[in-house]
Ligand binder design. Structure first.
Ligand code: AP5
Ligand code: MG
Length: 242
């Protein structure tokens, strides 16, 4: 009798988990360096109820923890070049949970997009929507050169000394930790990140365009983050297609 109850409870639990996994949502944000992927994800993830997975943050966590993977990717991330597909997939597999994700900065290449599709297919899932945040290059440079990031890794909030300054200079409003400039937010690395984005984004966007998943949302420095958020949310909720 007891074993039958345990079996029924186990089957019920397995059913819930399977249902949740099958209904997991995978939404992708594409955009150049400084396009606002992280800023928008901070607003979208709670609104959609799915976890935010920033590939850059995942690498920075490995680097800060001094892991073997972190040591292998550190100089590449600092330079602004792309990490190899093998190391990227290794770090991604540590972070990607079956409950879905708002993916920020992954995939970045056509090759990574194909790998992601295969991985999700094996789990009975698929990519639901892909949003390209389109920002003029001059705006991206202005955003990155004046961005400041909270040094407390469990906070990681970002600011902009002109567009989104902290209340007290160089101090995080949320946790009081000092702000710092990311080592890849310096001119040489910014140039390299822009070059990589120019090179990789067309084949990546063409791939999702052909699948009918891509929508472009414009975001210039004249628009505030709430305006961009409203536009992106409308696309995800199927209220707007451009
Ligand atoms: P990653 O950390 O993802 O860097 P990135 O793509 O260059 O993007 P950022 O994080 O710099 O910008 P963001 O779009 O998040 O902008 P944010 O919201 O902060 O990747 C770092 C590195 O990791 C890569 O260079 C590579 O080496 C490696 N890597 C990562 N993914 C990889 C992959 N898939 N494969 C291989 N290697 C990979 O906003 C920027 C600033 O603008 C902020 O100050 C913000 O306040 C401000 N801002 C935001 N919105 C607005 C607005 N509407 N108006 C004015 N200012 C705004
Ligand atoms: Mg980011």
């Amino acid at each position: 009798m007891l074993s039958q109850c345990i079996r029924k409870a186990w089957l019920f639990l397995a059913g819930i988990i399977f249902f949740k996994w099958r209904n997991a949502r995978y939404i992708i944000l594409i955009g150049g360096p400084g396009a606002g992927k992280g800023t928008q994800s901070d607003l979208l993830a709670p609104a959609l109820g799915i976890p935010h997975l920033s590939m850059g943050d995942a690498f920075r966590r490995q680097i800060a923890a001094g892991t073997e993977l972190g040591k292998q990717v550190e100089s590449t991330v600092k330079s602004g070049a792309l990490v190899s597909p093998e190391l990227t997939m290794a770090v991604l597999s540590l972070e990607l949970t079956p409950v879905g994700a708002l993916l920020d900065g992954f995939p970045r290449t056509h090759e990574q997009a194909v790998l992601l599709d295969k991985l999700l297919f094996r789990r009975g899932n698929h990519v639901e929507k892909v949003i390209l945040l389109e920002v003029p290059e001059a705006d991206l440079i202005e955003r990155l050169s004046l961005r400041r990031t909270c040094s407390n890794k469990s906070c990681g909030r970002t600011y902009h000394t002109k567009f989104a300054p902290p209340n007290k200079p160089d101090t995080c409003d949320a946790c009081g930790s000092p702000l710092y400039q990311r080592p890849d937010d310096v001119p040489d690395s910014i140039r390299e990140r822009l070059r990589v984005f120019r090179e990789q984004s067309k084949p990546l966007c063409d791939y999702y365009q052909a699948k009918g998943l891509l929508t472009t949302v414009s975001s210039t420095n004249g628009m505030d983050k709430q305006q961009v958020f409203a536009a992106v949310l409308a696309v995800i909720q199927g209220k707007n297609r451009s």
